[in-house]
Each structure stands twice: as structure tokens, then as C-alpha cells.
Design a binder for this molecule. Sequence first.
Ligand SMILES: [Zn+2]
Length: 394
Amino acid sequence: MSDRLAIKGGAVVTANEVIENGVVLCEDGRIKAAGSADAIEPEPGSRIIDAAGRVVMPGFIDTHFHGSGGDDVMANGAEGIRRISRALLKFGTTGYLATTIAARHEELMRAVEDTIAAEEDDPSAAGILGLHIEGPYINPKFKGAQPEWGIRDPNFDECNQLLDAAAGRIKIMTIAPELPGGLEMIRMLADAGVAPSVGHSEADYDTALAAIDAGATRATHLFNAMSGVHHRKPGLAAAVLNEPGIQAEMICDGVHVNPRMVSLAWKAKGRDGMALITDATAAQGVGDGLFMLGDFRIQVRGPLCTLMDGVTIAGSVLTMNRAAANAVSFTGMSLIDAAHLASLAPAEACGVAHRKGSIESGKDADLAILNPDFSVSHTIRDGVVAYQVNGASQ
Ligand SMILES: [Zn+2]
């Protein structure tokens, strides 16, 4: 069996250019070459995918993601996480951080153990690139959809136990800097190689600056669950927009943040200051209907996932391919920038940008082939066609 794959004829989005009528050659799980189809010939015996009329992007990486297809990262054990990894392929996602919510210490420890147990070299699944611990050290006044009973002030013993159990897998931790010990914990996390992400917070601008000074490099879902942009009382969102060196997560579903505010944030932050996330819950990919989400009864209608009042947002059903499509349509950004925000910036946050996140020879052959409407026709994982929509050519 050939382990050579050639994706031919599509618009290939590299870190620097869009190559029309491009080709990507994959061999032994890696990208061997990417360029013009006129200049590069697939080796004899290669499997060929005709991507004419489609866009070839680096596989998406979701750094803030709680669940999909009815499974939650924390609720269904290692087997649930394995199902999630497989479910993500149909959205072009090839890697992700399993993301926890505020919970009892034992539950967070179990989530770490389950995530480690679910890691496997399965080419028919998205890769687990680590964990994002969202809370529990967040401000209950800005809890969003986080359960209040799981929220508490920073506890260094607990946090160290989590870091030890995860052995380097915790890449991001969301924390409210204004809590007692918050700045100190940000310092400790930064020293431990974890990206402290400010969020679920009512920090004022000065506290946000202190957090950045202590090592915070990221902001959890900009605008959502944080003090806002007020012209006399600028809060955390204002600081994130205005200060360099802090990357803003964005839930780009048009529901969590108004498209015009996405556009404003894009102008303020630019490509090095933003990363697309889904913040998706177990309701991702299940379609419209009524569901239980933890203790909450929720309803899904299109991109909107709410409590039964139909108004209170209860998490997202966004997918990474849709997030990229929305980013382009809300801001007019290029496909190169969209790929940066959906793949390379997240790869950097996960510490894997040297081998993932862009179409470049030598990197892992993790790719998403998209139709013009950004629906996914194929997902390639480690050079293997891991997902293919019914009826897609080849
Ligand atoms: Zn979240």
C-alpha cells in the first residue's frame, strides 16, 4: 500500500501565500512539498485527491474546546474523549486541547487522567495536544456557563498536583487575576511553562496590566465573561485590545460576539494577537434540539445554544471550519490570516508549531480540504485520509 498522497488542483494556503492550482505531496505522514501543480509532479503510485475548486488549509487546532457529538471532556471518561477525537475530524480539526470547566479537585484530576489515557496514535482521530484548564480559579461574578459550586480562589497545592499529574500537558490555564493569589499564580504558571490566560474576570485595566507583567500572555474568549470596553472605566477587554503581547481567543460564531466587534478586535490585535476557538460543548455537531449539558437543560437552534429561556447563551456549537469562514466574512481577512488564526497561532499555544499549524515541507501532514462554502470535504491526519464526506471526489 502506498503511503504517498498528493492533493492536487486546489488553492493551497501556506503561511505566506495562496497557491492557485497548487499541490501538496505527503509522504510517511509528513508534508514533502507544496507548490504549483505545474511545477511539482506526484510520484508514481501516489494516491491522488483532486482538489480543484477547493481550498487546502492546514488542519485546524482548537485550543478551547469542551466536547462534541454528545460527549463532554469531563463527563464520559477516556472512551468519551476518544469518541470526541474522532468526531472532530468532520470539522477539519486535527488537534485540540481538552478543556475542563470549574469543578471539584478530584474531578479535575480525573479529567487529566482520562485525557492522558485517551491519547493514542490513532490516525483516524484528531490528536490530543494537551489540556486547557479553564478555571476553577475564576470570578463567580463572571462565571458565564461555569457551575458556581466548582469556582474558588487560587489554591497552590491543588494547582501543583494538577501540573504534576499532567506532566507538561497543561498548555493553558484560565484564571481571574483579581482573585487573592491570582497574580502570584499567574507567575507560577508562567514559570512552569503554562500560558496563563486571563478570563472569567472583572479585572480593571491596571489589574490586567499587572497580570501581563506577571506573565499572562492570553485572554480567554475576548469580550465574553469579562469586564468590558467602557470609555471612563476600561476593563479587561479594553486592556486586551490595547496591549501588545496578549493573544485574544475569539468565539467567532456571530452569537457570542457581534460580527462588528470581531472586526474591531481584528483591527486592534492583528494576526499575532488573535486565535480562533470554538469553546464548543457536547452539543457541537448534534443538530437542533433539546439536550442536557451538565446540570442544565439547553436548546440548540442553528448557531445558538441557550438555556430554555431561549436567551441566555449556554456554550457554543461552533466548529473550527465555521469559525474560519466567519472570521473571513466578518473581517475581510485573507485565507492566509484565517489559517494563521485557526492553525498556526493555536499550534504555537500548544508548543507544536515546529511540526504543525502550517503547510510547509517537513511538518506533519494534517490538512483540511474545504469546499468554497468552507464545509469540509476531506480531513487528512498524518498523511492519511481520516475523513471524507460522502460523494467527495476520491
Ligand atoms: Zn470554555
